[in-house]
Design a protein around this ligand. Structure first.
Ligand code: HEM
Length: 180
């Protein structure tokens, strides 16, 4: 199957996953910005959306991580050296990995805060006892990783700009789609 992919192209499943993650995370991002700014006690609706979209982003990213390993490996766009291409693939991999980790930590953070998980109205039972240690040990990384993925986004855009300037790789490959 790899042989059928042209330079700078990825397979259809990776493309579909990319779009699904992009759209769901885009919506989740607005929830993430507003959730901590919503007064305590008025967060139920926001938390429902946060968890529900968080599940979708998390599961999609776990599948995407598997497909990074098991799926056909894309080749660099014409004129781009392997190491430069590997650099942008590594950033994309880390972004997806951080989202998946945020999902897994988020589950324990919600339990640490003594609240049930919600998946579009379906309540997922609490499997770990609420404790201050759990809340703190999961809450800080859950918040802090947000700054890490914002940094990864910035590097992705700067590297993409540089690869376009140096190798004429184009901007389209920075967004979901078959171009990589
Ligand atoms: C099932 C999945 C998830 C659960 C259960 C969860 C749980 C939580 C909880 C308990 C909070 C504290 C705010 C509150 O509820 O009052 C929170 C905030 C937050 N979550 Fe999640 N989360 C999930 C998925 C995600 C994902 C996938 C991301 C990012 C990719 C994310 C990023 C954040 C951020 C940035 C905050 C705000 C932190 C702050 O400013 O304090 N969460 N999440």
């Amino acid at each position: 199957m790899s042989a059928q992919l042209g330079p700078g192209e990825q397979d259809r499943f990776a493309t579909m996953l990319g779009w699904a993650i992009f759209v769901t995370f885009f919506i989740l991002f607005f929830n993430i910005i507003n959730l901590p700014r919503t007064p305590l006690g008025e967060r139920e609706g926001m938390q429902l959306w946060h968890d529900s979209l968080g599940w979708v982003v998390g599961v999609l990213c776990l599948i995407r991580l598997y497909w990074f390993a098991a799926g056909p490996q894309p080749r660099p766009p014409e004129g781009m050296p392997d190491d430069s291409f590997s650099h942008s693939r590594a950033i994309l991999f880390m972004l997806v990995l951080v989202f998946a980790v945020e999902f897994l930590i988020g589950i324990f953070y919600a339990w640490g805060e003594g609240r049930n998980l919600n998946f579009f109205g379906a309540v997922v039972p609490q499997l770990v006892e609420t404790s201050e240690t759990l809340r703190i040990s999961t809450g800080y990384p859950h918040s802090a990783l947000a700054f890490y993925y914002l940094m990864l986004f910035t590097i992705w855009l700067v590297l993409g700009w540089w690869q376009n300037r140096k190798y004429g790789a184009g901007w389209r490959r920075l967004f979901p789609g078959e171009k990589v």
